[in-house]
Design a protein around this ligand. Structure first.
Ligand code: URA
Length: 212
């Protein structure tokens, strides 16, 4: 159960939004977006939810989303991806030792998820983690992903506070959690996150994997 059924109704609001989008944008993917990359990867990147005209259109996380324009080149720069990121699910772009998923698999209205939706979708993240035998590092993009991960693992939020660039060792899981501000257009446009700041986080992850 790594991905919800194509007409998942665990979240009524997201199901209704999907049906609206199927009418409005019939050529779009308009379904829960499956994770991208190999289950044997050592690195898992967790985003928030698909963007309406991005992952919800293309059917691949962060693909054709502004956030992907920052994420994917950075992954490629540090050897976690190969090929040309062409903003389409069939662009031939490949992740290397890396998998990308979302805390919520369906596109939310106004690009905002609510707590119940994160909770409903947690079962898929649980399965995702259980299906990655070599998992060593998780990168959460933003607080929604960070908190969703901690809840999924049963870790106390007060013990692992979100901060950009933070590195938390999760002893029970033998996993290192890295945090970054989300690569959203809003964060980039407001200067909260720069591509250089994001590259620095990916560089540290590369370094950590090299010494592990
Ligand atoms: N933002 C996310 O958090 N995830 C996506 O898949 C696309 C944009």
């Amino acid at each position: 159960m790594l991905c919800p059924a194509s007409d998942c109704n665990l979240c009524q609001r997201l199901n209704a939004f999907r049906h609206d989008n199927q009418k409005k944008f019939p050529s779009y993917f308009n379904a829960p977006v499956p994770s991208f990359g190999d289950l044997n990867a050592e690195l898992l990147v967790i985003g928030m939810a698909p963007g309406l005209n991005g992952a919800n259109q293309t059917g691949r996380p962060f693909t054709n989303d502004y956030a992907g324009d920052i994420l994917y080149p950075a992954l490629k720069k540090f050897g976690f991806a190969a090929g040309n990121y062409g903003k389409r699910a069939d662009d031939g772009f490949k992740l290397l030792n890396c998998r990308v998923t979302n805390a919520v698999r369906c596109v939310p209205p106004q690009n905002k998820v609510v707590a119940d939706e994160v909770n409903n979708c947690r079962r898929f993240l649980t399965d995702e983690l259980a299906s990655m035998p070599n998992l060593k590092i998780i990168l959460t993009l933003g607080t929604v992903a960070h908190n969703a991960l901690l809840s999924t693992l049963g870790c106390k939020k007060s013990s692992f506070k979100f901060a950009h660039g933070a590195k938390h060792f999760l002893p029970q899981q033998h996993i290192t959690l890295f945090d970054s501000y989300h690569t959203s257009r809003y964060n980039i446009n407001t200067g909260v996150l720069t591509p250089a700041m994001f590259n620095q986080v990916i560089a540290e992850i590369r370094e950590s994997l090299n010494v592990l």
